[in-house]
Ligand binder design. Structure first.
Ligand SMILES: [Fe+2]
Length: 189
C-alpha cells in the first residue's frame, strides 16, 4: 500500500490544484510553501519532507472519494489516513510530525496566548471538529512524545503557508529531499 516517490509526486501534481479547504491557496501551493518555510528555517530533510506531505491525506481522501474538494463539514482524520501510504516509504522522523500536526495545533491553542485568535477562519473551524484546544494535562502529555517539537514547528509553517500568489520553488526542488530520506531503496532510484 506504500506510495513510491513517483506516486507521491504524481498525486501532488494530479490532485494538488484543488483548493486547500477554505484557504486562498491550492493544496500543492500550500505543501510547497510549508516545505519552503521548513527549509528556510534549516530544518532536517525529514522535517522538510514532513512539511511537504503533511496534508497529503486530504489528497488521498479526494482520490478515494472521487471528489475535487474535501468536505469541510467533517474531520477526515487526514493526519492518520495518510500513514499507511507513507509507512513503507519514510522513517518515523517523517511520519510522526505528520501524524501529530493536528494535535500540535490543539497544543498551541492551549499553551500560547493569542495563537488561536491568529488562526485563519478555516483553521478555527477545523479546530472545533478536531476536538478543540487541549487541556493543560493533555498539552503536557502531548509535548513529551517523540517528534512533538518538530510537529509544533511544522504547525507554524503550516499556519503561514497560505499566501495567495506566492512564488517559490516547485516540486522538483523537494524531490531530492524525499529521495534522501526514503527508507525504500527502489523508490529512490
Ligand atoms: Fe496544512
Amino acid at each position: 500500500m506504500s506510495l513510491s516517490l513517483p506516486d507521491i509526486s504524481a498525486l501532488l501534481l494530479r490532485r494538488g490544484n484543488a483548493q486547500y479547504g477554505d484557504e486562498a491557496v491550492s493544496q500543492l501551493q500550500h505543501a510547497l510553501q510549508s516545505a519552503t518555510l521548513a527549509e528556510q528555517a534549516e530544518e532536517s530533510p525529514e522535517t522538510i519532507v514532513a512539511a511537504l506531505l503533511h496534508d497529503l491525506g486530504h489528497l488521498i481522501v479526494a482520490e478515494r472519494d472521487g471528489v475535487d474538494e474535501p468536505d469541510n463539514r467533517r474531520d477526515e482524520l487526514h493526519q492518520f489516513v495518510v500513514l499507511p501510504f507513507l509507512r513503507g516509504t519514510f522513517p518515523e522522523a517523517v511520519l510522526a510530525p505528520i501524524r501529530l500536526h493536528v494535535d500540535a495545533k490543539r497544543f498551541l491553542c492551549a499553551t500560547e496566548a493569542g495563537y488561536e485568535a491568529g488562526l485563519s477562519p478555516a483553521s478555527k473551524a477545523s479546530l472545533a471538529l478536531q476536538g478543540g484546544a487541549f487541556s493543560a494535562e493533555e498539552a503536557a502529555r502531548f509535548i513529551t512524545q517523540a517528534h512533538a517539537a518538530e510537529a509544533v514547528r511544522l504547525r507554524r509553517y503550516d499556519d503561514q503557508a497560505k499566501v495567495p500568489g506566492w512564488q517559490g520553488p516547485d516540486l522538483t526542488h523537494f524531490e531530492p529531499y524525499m529521495a534522501r530520506v526514503t527508507t525504500t531503496a527502489m523508490a529512490s532510484q
